[in-house]
Write a protein that binds this ligand. Structure first.
Ligand code: SF4
Length: 396
């Protein structure tokens, strides 16, 4: 039976973090309720058209899904159970942030089948959390984490951010060691990206330009510090038993995130909710990003019998063979297993090494990539220069 992954977007947060450019904002309970109703209607309508596929993974992300009121959270999770019918084999993740979790919300999530939590911690240093504009302290994270364990969650991811303003290698490693002391099954470490339109952009964009030019920075860690931190973190996580399976993701044996791996392997997924992206039968779709419009589109008057490809999506892109190749390389090389050469040939009818002859030669010659067990993959050094390596596989 064909499978599909489902992503569900909850675009609400208690307060906007200063570095965040995700589609998320605070909202009152009434607006949240209207949104959840629209989301449920979208889920029923669209999944109805994909019913012949088994739901392999569900990921409720955001925003902060755990910031929904108890009532809205129950309404959403019970609809997910009734419509998508997760079973014990479904990897079912809910993102949550410290400061928004309670025992009853955790019990509700457990009751409706959520079996994996992804907790946005970002740092174990309270000054850094304040700098990021987070609503919680390290102590609140610890309390929430222990509560989640008590409620029976035995598969937990912790998110951390590295390369924060003023952060040196030791400061980051302190956070990492404290997070690992909680024994999560999975840890994600993303470098801070200073995105346009955020408070951090106004504060640190000049510094980003300086760092890119190799000049001395005022606030952000320089390139050498970033490199040393990267080496220290991967050595530490390796010694603690966490396998790196993607450029920013590490897991204990058997605890990789199937849902995220599916994105990098270009498996089909249905995205539900504001601005959510879908990838179905080689076509990408993107939902409406204006919340009022989204609620209207998924209101009572929606036309129910349109084929999936004619749904009122915001944007639809059919990929050319070249774009597909680009994506296969770009996404596949994020994973430590790399790109399988046989799969590439079966899919595109050409040899990957012929299409990307000079790129593969150069990367292998410089020790940034290797070909092993029929796969082309980046080495640790290649991951350190990831953006350079990925960029080589764009056609234009
Ligand atoms: S909690 Fe996450 S999604 Fe919400 S504002 Fe902060 S970084 Fe953005």
């Amino acid at each position: 039976m064909e499978t599909i992954m489902v992503y569900i977007h909850v675009p609400f947060c208690v307060k906007k973090c200063l570095y965040c450019d995700f589609l998320s904002a605070p909202a009152d309970e009434k607006s949240q309720s209207l949104y959840v109703d629209a989301l449920i209607r979208e889920m029923e309508r669209k999944y109805n058209k994909l019913k012949d596929r088994r739901v392999k993974t569900i990921f409720i992300g955001g925003g902060t899904p755990s910031s929904l009121s108890e009532e809205n959270l129950s309404k959403l999770l019970s609809a997910v159970r009734d419509v998508l019918k997760p079973d014990c084999e479904t990897e079912y993740t809910m993102e949550c942030n410290p400061g928004t979790l309670s025992e009853s919300k955790l019990k509700t999530a457990k009751k409706y089948g959520v079996n994996r939590l992804s907790i946005g911690l970002q740092s174990m240093d309270n000054d850094e959390l304040k700098l990021l504009g987070r609503i919680h302290s390290a102590e609140e994270f610890e309390e929430n984490y222990l509560l989640a364990r008590e409620c029976g969650f035995d598969n937990i991811n912790i998110d951390l951010i590295s390369s924060l303003p003023g952060q040196n290698k030791e400061a980051f490693m302190n956070s990492l060691r404290k997070a690992i002391a909680m024994s999560p099954e999975h840890i994600s470490v993303y470098s801070l990206i200073v995105e346009e339109g955020t408070e951090f952009y106004d504060r640190y964009h000049d510094d980003v330009l300086k760092r890119d030019r190799g000049e001395k920075t005022l606030f952000l860690p320089d390139e050498d510090t970033e490199y040393e931190t990267g080496v220290a973190l991967r050595e530490y996580l390796k010694s603690a038993g966490y396998n790196r399976y993607e450029i920013s993701n590490y897991a204990l044996d058997g605890r990789e995130c199937t849902h995220n791996k599916g994105y990098w392997q270009r498996k089909d997924y249905l995205g539900l909710g504001l601005g959510a992206a879908s990838f179905i039968d080689k076509t990408r779709y993107k939902n409406e990003v204006n919340i009022k419009e989204y609620i209207k589109i998924n209101g009572d008057n929606v036309i129910d019998n349109l084929p999936l490809c004619d749904e009122p999506y915001f944007e639809k892109t059919e990929l050319s063979a070249m774009e597909e190749m680009e994506e296969t390389m770009f996404l596949g090389l994020r994973m430590t297993e790399g790109v399988n050469l046989l799969d590439f040939k079966e899919k595109f009818g050409v040899d990957m090494k012929n299409v990307y002859h000079s790129q593969t030669e150069e990367l292998v010659m410089n020790g940034l990539a290797e070909i092993e067990d029929g796969c082309f993959r980046l080495t640790d050094r290649g991951f350190d220069l990831g953006n350079y390596a990925f960029g080589m596989f764009l056609f234009d």
